[in-house]
Design a protein around this ligand. Structure first.
Ligand code: Q46
Ligand code: ZN
Length: 334
C-alpha cells in the first residue's frame, strides 16, 4: 500500500479512522499536526510559555515530551517516583535517559522518600486501592511542584483511547461530576494550575509507532497495579467496536466534547482555603494529601464506601484511564 499523503513511499501504518495510511515521514508529520492542532484549538499554552510535562517512562508521556520539544516548546519533564517495587526504578531510568539524550530538564519527586507515601505501602496501610492513593498524590504533586517551579500549565499524556475509555466508564455510571470535568483543558482557577492533554486526538497504537520511529526507549510493561482495572475492560470493548467500525472511539469522544460536555459543567461556587499544613487549596482544614499522610502516619482501618455520590476532584483531572479506581473508594479531594 502506498502512503495516502505523499503517494510516493510505501505506507508503514494504517490509520483507519482517517481512512489513511502513512509512510514514516508523513506519519510523523500527521502526529505533529494532530498535537499542534489540539494545542491551538484549545489554546492549551502559548509558544513562549514553559510547560511541565508529567512523565512516567511509558510511551504516551515520553512521546508527548518528545513532540513538544520537537515543535519548539520549552518543555520540562516531571517524574514522580511512586514506590512500586520492580516498576518505579526502571521507569525513572527511562525518563532520565530520555532527558540526558535530548538535553532536556527533568524534575524528580519521590513519594516514598520525600513524603512517606510509597503507593504499594500506602494502599496496604489505608485499605485504599493503590490507584486511588496514586491518583490523589499525582494530582496534588502536579499542582504543587508546578507552582514551586513557576509553571502555569501541566501537560499529561492521555491519548484518545484513554479518554474514550474514561468517558465510557463515566457514562456507564453517569458520573456527572467527572463528565463535566472531562475536557482537553482544565482552566487555571483558585490556586489550581491549568491542565492540558495535547495527545487526545491520537490513538494508543500511534504512540507506540511514534516512539519506535523516533527511537524513544520507553517502559513497555504496564504498571503492575493496573491489573484487573475496569478501564482495561472498557478499552477492550471499545477496541472491538473500533475493529468493526473504524472511527467509533473518535466520534464517541469528539461528539461528547462538542455536544455534551458543556451540559455537565458545574458552576457551583466552592469555597477554597489554604490547607493548614501545606498551603495548597482545599475545601477542608487539611487537603486530601495531608490527610492521607496523617492517615499513613497513624494508620486507622477504614473503608470509605459512603453513600455520597462521587464528585470530580477539584484539584485534578478525572481518574487516570489505566487506574483501577474508576469507582473511587473514597470521596475524592474537594
Ligand atoms: S500508575 Fe498509579 Fe496508574 Fe499504577 S498505581 Fe494505578 S494510577 S495503574 S495511571
Ligand atoms: Zn495539604
Amino acid at each position: 500500500m502506498r502512503c495516502t499523503k505523499c503517494r510516493g513511499q510505501e505506507a508503514c501504518l494504517e490509520v483507519r479512522r482517517h481512512n489513511a495510511a502513512f509512510c514514516e515521514a508523513c506519519f510523523l508529520e500527521f502526529f505533529r499536526d494532530q498535537v499542534a492542532r489540539a494545542i491551538e484549538r484549545h489554546k492549551m499554552f502559548r509558544r513562549d510559555e514553559p510547560v511541565l510535562v508529567a512523565v512516567s517512562g511509558g510511551k504516551d508521556s515520553l512521546a508527548l515530551w518528545d513532540v513538544l520539544l520537537d515543535l519548539g516548546y520549552d518543555a520540562t519533564g516531571f517524574y514522580i517516583g511512586l514506590g512500586i517495587p520492580g516498576y518505579s526504578e526502571p521507569s525513572r531510568e527511562k525518563c532520565e535517559a530520555f532527558a540526558a539524550q535530548r538535553g532536556a530538564r527533568l524534575i524528580v519527586t519521590d513519594l516514598e522518600s520525600e513524603y512517606g507515601l510509597g503507593i504499594a505501602a500506602t494502599a496496604q496501610r489505608t485499605m485504599r486501592t493503590p490507584c486511588s492513593a496514586c491518583g490523589l498524590s499525582k494530582r496534588y504533586l502536579f499542582n504543587k511542584v508546578a507552582q514551586e517551579h513557576g509553571f502555569r500549565v501541566v501537560a499529561t499524556g492521555h491519548n484518545l483511547d484513554d479518554e474514550a475509555a474514561t468517558l465510557f466508564g463515566n457514562v456507564l455510571r453517569w458520573q456527572t461530576g467527572y463528565l463535566g470535568r472531562q475536557a482537553p483543558v482544565l482552566a487555571e482557577e483558585d490556586g489550581f494550575i491549568r491542565k492540558v492533554k495535547p495527545l487526545y486526538r491520537l490513538a494508543e497504537r500511534e504512540m507506540a509507532a511514534y516512539c519506535v520511529l523516533r527511537g524513544i526507549d520507553y517502559i513497555v510493561d504496564e504498571c503492575p497495579m493496573s491489573k484487573g482495572a475496569k478501564s482495561l475492560l472498557f478499552k477492550d470493548v471499545l477496541n472491538q467496536l473500533e475493529a468493526v467500525s473504524p472511527g467509533t472511539k473518535q466520534s464517541f469522544l469528539f461528539g461528547f466534547l462538542e455536544k455534551a460536555q458543556p451540559l455537565f459543567e458545574e458552576h457551583e461556587e466552592v469555597e477554597l482555603r489554604p490547607c493548614g499544613q501545606c498551603g495548597q487549596p482545599t475545601t477542608a482544614e487539611l487537603c486530601a494529601f495531608c490527610r492521607l499522610r496523617a492517615e499513613v502516619a497513624q494508620p486507622k482501618r477504614r473503608r470509605g464506601r459512603g453513600g455520597k455520590a462521587a464528585r470530580a476532584p477539584r484539584d485534578g483531572t478525572p481518574e487516570p484511564a489505566t487506574a483501577a479506581s474508576a469507582l473511587p473508594l473514597v470521596s475524592p479531594e474537594s
